[in-house]
Every structure is written in C-alpha cells, then in structure tokens.
Design a protein around this ligand. Structure first.
Ligand code: BG6
Ligand code: GLC
Ligand code: GLC
Length: 841
C-alpha cells in the first residue's frame, strides 16, 4: 500500500517537472486572462476598421459582405447540388430539403481527391477538375434529368457584390492555383462546367464555409447568428446590422459578414504575441506575412508548430536526450491529427510514444509527458485565441442589439473542433469566461457547410424565380424600338385621318382647330384675366403684358380647389363654382369693376368654330359634370356670370392647355411650334399648314391644331401594347374605352397602374410577404408623384424622341408659367387679329 503511494507520488512529481519545463520554455504561448481581453479588444477594433468605408482598403480583417440576409426560415425546399471546396476535403453533394422542416434534409456526398498539381497549377485546370468531379457524381447518382440549382461553398476570402459572384482576394491555406486571384470564381466554375459538358446546373450561390456552417446550424436553431470554422484554416462569420456595413448600400435589416479573421495580425497588431515559432511557420508557408492569426490557430499549422518546438527543444537537449531524427527535421511529418491522438484522455501517452517512435525517435516516459504538454500548450493557445476573437464578435452583436445579456448560438465546424478531444470544451469555457454577459450555445455543424449552402441556394433560387416572375409581369411595359416605330407610324396615320375631311368625324385623334393662327410676335400688350381649368389646379390670373419688351409679363394668380362633387355634379354647379372663384379673385385684387378681356384655358377637347366658341366634345380625366358635353362652354361661362350678376367679363378666347403652353414658350422662343402636356392628362398641339386642315376653310398660312392624342387607340389599333393593367385602369375610370393613350401615359393613371401591379405581385407572393393591406386596395392611394420620388425619368422622353425622329432637332422648354400666361397671349393675339380685321390697312 505504502509502496504504491510512494510510486504514484514519484510519478506525479516527475510529471510536474516535465510540465514545468515545457511551461517555462513555451511561456510566450500561454496567454493570461488579461492578454486575452487585450487581444479581444484589438479584434473589436479590427472589425470596425474592416466595416468602415475609409479604412476598409487597408484593413487586415476584411469583413466581407456575403449578401446572405437571413438564416433559414423553414421555407427553403427543393433538391440542390453543392460543391464544397477549400477545406481538408473536396466534396460534391446532393441535398434534398423537404417542405416540412425539422430533420427532413437528405444528403448524399462523395469526396474527391485534389491532386497536388491542381492546387499549384493553372486555375482553369483546378476548376475543370471540380467540374469533372461534379459530372462523375451526377452520373453515378443518375441525377442529370432536370436542371439543378447548385450552391458553391468556396472557403477563401472573396469580394461579393451579389450572392452568385465572388472575386477571390487571395488564396490561403494550401491553395495557390494561378489565374484565379482577382477573378470571379463563380464564372470560372460556370466556364469549367460548360467546357466539361453534359452537366445541367445553375450556379446560383457562392458561400464561404463559415456561412455554410452558420446556415447549417441555423436550419435547426433560429438563434444561430455566428459561424466559426476551426479546421484546415480558421474563420468566422456573423450577422451584422446593415447600417454598419459601409460597403453595401442600404441601412435596413441585417447581413452576414465573413470576417476573414485568419488575417488578424497581418498589419502587425498581434506582433507582441507572435513567437519565433510562428515566424518560422509563416516564413516557410506559401503566403508569408499573410493569415498570421490563422497560422497560430488552425489545423494546417498546429502540427507543424509542435514539430518545430520539439525539434528546437531536442536540439537544446531538453528532449530525447538531445537526439534528433530525420523525420523530425522534415516539414509536415508531425500533423494536427497527431496532436489529437496525443491529447486523448485515455491512451494519450501511449499514442505519444507510438507517434514519436514512428518519427524515428526513442522517447522516454518523461519525453512523452513533455511532448504531450507541448501539444496541450499549442492547441490551448489556439482555443484561447479563437475564444478572444469570438468574444469580440459576441460583444459586438450584443451591443448592436442593445442587450444587457445576449442569448445566441454559434455554429462551429472544422476538423480541429470536430476531432480534437479537448478543444471544444476548452473553447466554450474560455468564451464563457471572457464574455459572461453572453449565453452562448455551441452547435457542431454535423453535416458540414454544404447543407447551409443548399439553404442559401434555395433562397437564391426563390429570389431568382421571383425576379423572373416580376420581370415577366413587367416585360409588357418595355417597348422595343420596333414597337415604338410602329406606334409612331400608327399615330402618324391617325393624325392624318383626323385632318382629312371624310375621316375627321370618326377619327380617334380628333385634330381640333383652335383658331390660333400664329404664335406671339412680341407686339402683344394689355391687361388680361385668365382662367386655367382642367389640370391639377384651377387658377384665376391677371396677366399684364407690356409692349415691345419681351419678358415683361407680370402675373398675379390664386389657386382654387374644385371639390370632387362639383367636378362630377351638374354643369351649372360647376360653372357657378368657377364664377364664384373669379368673384373672389376680383375682390382680392380689387378689380370687380374693370371689365377685362378674358382668356379661358379649358383643358378638354372642344369643337371650335371660332377663337371664342367651343363645344365640349367629351369630358376627360377626372371631370364628369352633367349637361356640358355638346354645349359651348363659353356660353355656359357667360350664363353663369349673368346668373351671378356681380361683374362682367369679355370672354375673348377659349384655349386648350397645350395651346396655352405653346404660346407661353413661344413668347420666349419664337421657334416654338409645339405644345405638349404631360400632366394629369396627355395631349399635344402644333402649328399645321392651313391647306392640310381640310375641314377648315382657307388654304393660306397656318393654324394651331389641338390633336387630342389622348384619344389615340379608341379604334383598337394599340391593343398589342396595352397590358392587362392598362385595361383594368381603363375599366375603373370615368370614361371606359376612351382616352386609351392618355391612360397609358398621364399622371392621372400612372400611379394607379403601379398600384395594380403592386397588388398583383403581392397576390403572387412576390412583394410584401404576400400581404395586401387595406390601404393598398384603395383606388388612387398610390399617387403618380411617388413615381418621380422613387425614380427620375426626365431624360427618357428626350432620348426617345431623338431616336425616333433623328431628322428633327428638338429643344424642350419647360413652360414655367403654365398655360394661363399663354391664354392671355392668345387673347391679346385674338384681339389684335380682330382689330386688324376691323381696321382697313
Ligand atoms: C467542413 C465544411 O465541414 O468544414 C468545409 O464542409 C470546411 O467546407 C470545413 O472548409 C472546415 O474544416 P476543414 O478542417 O475540413 O478545413
Ligand atoms: C481560410 C479562408 C477562409 C475560410 C477559412 C476556413 O481562412 O481564407 O475563407 O473560411 O480558411 O476554411
Ligand atoms: C386631356 C384633355 C386635353 C388636355 C390634356 C392635358 O387629354 O382631353 O384637352 O390637353 O388632358 O391636360
């Protein structure tokens, strides 16, 4: 009994000595709590540097946007292919995700070796090897009957501007193929697949393995918002607030960021923690100076670190009685998998002995204990470093969410985490110690990154098919140059039909004479009253024009609302209301007793037989007052003035708004001979040769024609470009079947067209999560002004006119002063005309 006790005391004393010796020798690798907190704080700063626009370019930790916006929500379904390249194994997989979530993911996978020459050869060959492997997988599993969506796990730092694109920033780990850095790897893969042939796949998404791991775990645990890899390489991703991601537009929502923490320290911030062994590893690597954190942490380097330490200790006589073997001198002979065996709870020491003997060494019991402890220090340092960086991420998430304590899940993967007997336990413990305010659940990503990649692909596929559905819905609105040429030709035909005597009465484009024979010449003068009715606003104006000097027009105006019940009441009510507004205006101006000549801008189609006579052909836009159509609106106005019996006016001219606009602009620019309204309604007027206006007497000179082109289409000749939304809007309007062109072009209808599209897309689940609100159901709720707030399209008109009428050089002038000024000018011109006719020459 006593003897046994003594013996075990002797052994533990001996063990203690060995451990102390190693501890002393590797003191620089043993990190205290304070040091870990310090490293964690440094990583916090590095993350911020990477996220910010100003410092990203020089940041070591790149913080790459992944364009993955959410973890799986259970709606993912379908059959996907996945490629998993960049870890210790290259795999091709098939992932079947069924609709009813939980546990319903089936996977088949096959590992393909990648011969050394592909890692270091030409990139195209590497990708062709990948494509060949995919092809043979498809053959073997008889998968080629339908086109499959493919998700590509590519475990290297890539700049992504969308989910199916990734420009390789630099190789890491043991990859070094030429001609890949700086290129879009998705494109390289697609090309290789095409070259190999017979593989019917769509590469829809590219993800980093960290993202794959997070998504894999996220499928089972919705709280998972961090993915960590501790394998051949090391890295982490997490869900960041969009507003903190300078590199991506938009502030709403969240996006997964691939930190690429392996590069932590590449700018020198970890120099005081980097040992001479780390330097040696780095110098002998394929990427010296790069991935310094990774080289202290990950599976590709830990074994080699241990070998270098053992070699040095042996040379110093601290191990193996100073004996060194050839194998121990050879790079790569001692691997991370050996560390895992050596640190096994049971049998660890025996494993140590075996492994060392395999290296041609002859270890004593002491040596084995010491070597085991070297392994522990190296792997523990790795876990400590990962814990420090992870603590920084967790703290950031906690602060982003403004929480006192964070509850979250971290998905972890990688051979080190998976196979090292003590690593997970140590890592968890240190993390909990470093960030006690974060309650972390660690989940091993059992099925690797590919399942997660399939989830991302499912989302990408859904988005792509939604995009396609949206594109298909909207395709009918995109008019090709040929279609536009056709519209132009048809409009030309209709204009001519409107001008010809026999076709004029039935023409869809009415081509109404205006009795305006010329544009202003600058000799106009006087003081006029003008009305402007039919656009968004009703206005009453006084316009003073002074002779001789151009630009010397002064205007005073007041805007009045016309209530809906008046727009759609009786004609008498409408004109009484107008006269009441005039009365108010004259009071306001103190002009009740001056009998001014009046120009009446009335923006509806009128059959004119003189400048001051106009029978309303039909209401358009939002007006529908009864007992007006077919009557002379000038008479109606006169009668309303009489009814009021308060003031008198001399109504000289009735003017369409297009004509008013042309006159307003022509006053500034005599070349102006077209007036266009793109407002509540749509219409154009222009100066035509009298001889072409067959239904008006006289062949000399010109007259302005109000085309009323809004009516274009009434004879069904543009049905090919009308969409179902145009028909719906028409059907719900005050004048179904009429003004079809206007309903496709003007402000009164565009918002409504958009609203109907939005409803339709929502019905198909393509917008607003399929929820149609009551407000969206309200007619007119989506105003045309929203269109201009959302997008700017001011040059489209000019550009298209230039394309369709290449022989016409057109200047567009905005009529700043509206049509009222033009109405006054017409009144002035009309008065002159009248006087000219009265006075003998
Ligand atoms: C696997 C993933 O599970 O983990 C790989 O599917 C990833 O894509 C790997 O690269 C990381 O571990 P290792 O040890 O294989 O590099
Ligand atoms: C390397 C890669 C990184 C990857 C990690 C783990 O650090 O640069 O993208 O996530 O290895 O495989
Ligand atoms: C409607 C009217 C027309 C007017 C146009 C612009 O199309 O019918 O007369 O010019 O709207 O306001």
């Amino acid at each position: 009994m006593f003897a046994v006790h003594l013996l075990s005391f002797y052994f533990s004393k001996l063990q203690e000595d060995q451990i102390k010796k190693v501890d002393r020798y590797l003191y620089a690798m043993r990190l205290s709590d304070d040091q870990l907190a310090d490293i964690s704080a440094r990583f916090r700063q590095e993350m911020e540097k990477g996220l910010s626009n100003e410092s990203n370019a020089t940041a070591a930790v790149k913080m790459l946007p992944t364009h993955v916006y959410s973890t799986p929500d259970g709606s993912e379904k379908g059959e996907f292919l996945a490629l998993d390249l960049g870890g210790s194994k290259f795999k091709v997989l098939q992932v079947k995700v069924s609709e009813d979530r939980k546990g319903k993911v089936q996977m088949e996978s096959e590992t393909f070796p990648i011969p050394e020459e592909f890692l270091n050869g030409r990139g195209t060959e590497l990708f062709e090897h990948v494509a060949e492997s995919l092809k043979s997988f498809l053959r073997k599993h008889h998968i080629n009957h339908t086109r499959k969506a493919l998700g590509f796990t590519f475990s290297f730092p890539c700049a992504q501007s969308k989910i199916d694109e990734g420009v390789l920033l630099s190789w890491s780990k043991n990859f070094k193929a030429r001609g890949v850095q700086g290129n879009n790897v998705v494109q390289l893969l697609r090309k290789a697949i095409q070259k190999v042939g017979d593989v019917d796949v769509d590469v829809l998404a590219m993800v980093n393995d960290t993202v794959g791991a997070m998504m894999t775990c996220g499928y089972d645990d919705q709280n998972c918002e961090v993915g960590v890899i501790i394998g051949t390489g090391t890295n982490a991703c997490y869900i960041e607030e969009m507003r903190h991601i300078d590199l991506v537009e938009g502030d709403e929502g969240r996006m997964c960021i691939n930190t690429e923490w392996g590069a932590f320290g590449d700018d020198g911030v970890l120099d005081d923690f980097i040992t001479s062994f780390d330097r040696e590893i780095d110098a002998a690597s394929i990427n010296p100076g790069k991935q310094l954190f990774e080289k202290m942490v990950s599976g590709m380097y830990m074994g080699e670190l241990v070998r270098l330490i053992l070699l040095k200790m042996a040379k110093k006589g601290l191990l193996f009685r100073g004996q060194v073997s050839d194998a121990l001198r050879t790079k790569g002979t001692f691997q991370t998998k050996h560390i895992c065996l050596i640190e096994q709870y049971k049998g660890g020491l025996e494993n140590t002995k075996e492994i060392l003997e395999d290296l041609g060494l002859n270890p004593s019991e002491d040596d084995c204990i010491a070597v085991q402890h070297v392994c522990t220090i190296v792997s523990f340092r790795s876990a400590n470093l990962v814990a420090a960086a992870l603590a920084a991420i967790l703290t950031r998430i906690r602060e982003n969410k403004k929480l006192k304590t964070l509850r979250t899940t971290v998905g972890v993967d990688g051979t080190v985490y998976r196979t090292h007997p003590q690593y997970p336990k140590r890592l968890h413990k240190v993390v909990r110690h470093l960030v006690p305010d974060c309650h972390v659940r660690f989940v091993l990503s059992e099925s690797g990154s590919a399942k997660g990649a399939a989830m991302v692909t499912a989302v990408a596929q859904r988005l792509a098919s939604q995009r396609k559905e949206i594109d298909d819905t909207l395709a009918a609105f995109a008019l090709s140059p040929t279609q536009l040429q056709e519209v132009k030709a048809k409009m030309r035909v209709e204009l001519e039909r409107g001008l010809k005597k026999d076709s004029h009465p039935t023409a869809s484009v009415k081509m109404l004479p205006t009795y305006v024979y010329r544009t202003p010449d600058g000799t106009e003068r006087g003081k006029y009253l003008a009305l402007d009715l039919g656009g968004t606003n009703f206005r009453v104006l006084v316009v003073k024009i002074r002779t001789g000097m151009r630009n010397s027009v002064r205007m005073y105006n007041k805007i009045y609302a016309i209530p809906l019940e008046i727009m759609q009441g009786t004609g008498e009510e409408l004109f009484d209301h107008i006269v009441q507004c005039i009365s108010d205006f004259l009071d306001y101006m103190g002009m009740k007793n001056t009998r001014l000549p009046l120009g009446f801008t009335f923006s509806f189609p009128c059959n004119q037989t003189g400048i001051d006579k106009g029978d309303l052909v039909c209401w358009t836009k939002g007006f529908k007052a009864t007992e007006c159509e077919g009557y002379d609106v000038v008479d109606m106005l006169r009668e309303a003035i009489k009814r009021r019996n308060e003031f008198d006016l001399d109504i000289v001219a009735i003017v369409n708004d297009t004509v008013g606009t042309m006159m307003t602009c022509a006053y500034e620019d005599p070349k102006c001979q077209i007036g266009l309204i793109a407002g509540t309604g749509s219409n154009v007027c222009y100066m035509e040769e009298m001889k072409n206006i067959e239904f008006v007497e006289g062949d000399e000179g010109q007259m302005c024609v109000n085309t009323e082109w809004g009516g274009f289409g009434a004879n069904d000749n543009i049905e090919d470009i009308r969409t179902r939304y145009d028909r719906e809007v028409d059907g719900g309007s005050l004048n179904p079947g009429k003004q079809r062109f206007e309903k496709m072009t003007s402000g009164m209808y565009l918002g409504e067209i958009v609203r109907r599209i939005l409803i339709d897309l929502t019905k198909h689940g393509l917008l607003f999560r399929g929820r149609i609100t009551e407000r969206l159901k309200t007619k007119g709720i989506f105003e045309t002004k929203f269109l201009s707030q959302i997008e700017s399209f001011s040059t489209i008109l000019k550009d298209t006119v230039r394309e369709l009428a290449p022989n016409c050089k057109v200047d567009f002038i905005l009529s700043e002063d509206g049509s009222g000024k033009g109405a006054a000018l017409i009144t002035a011109v009309a008065q002159q005309h009248y006087t000219d006719k009265q006075e003998p020459h």
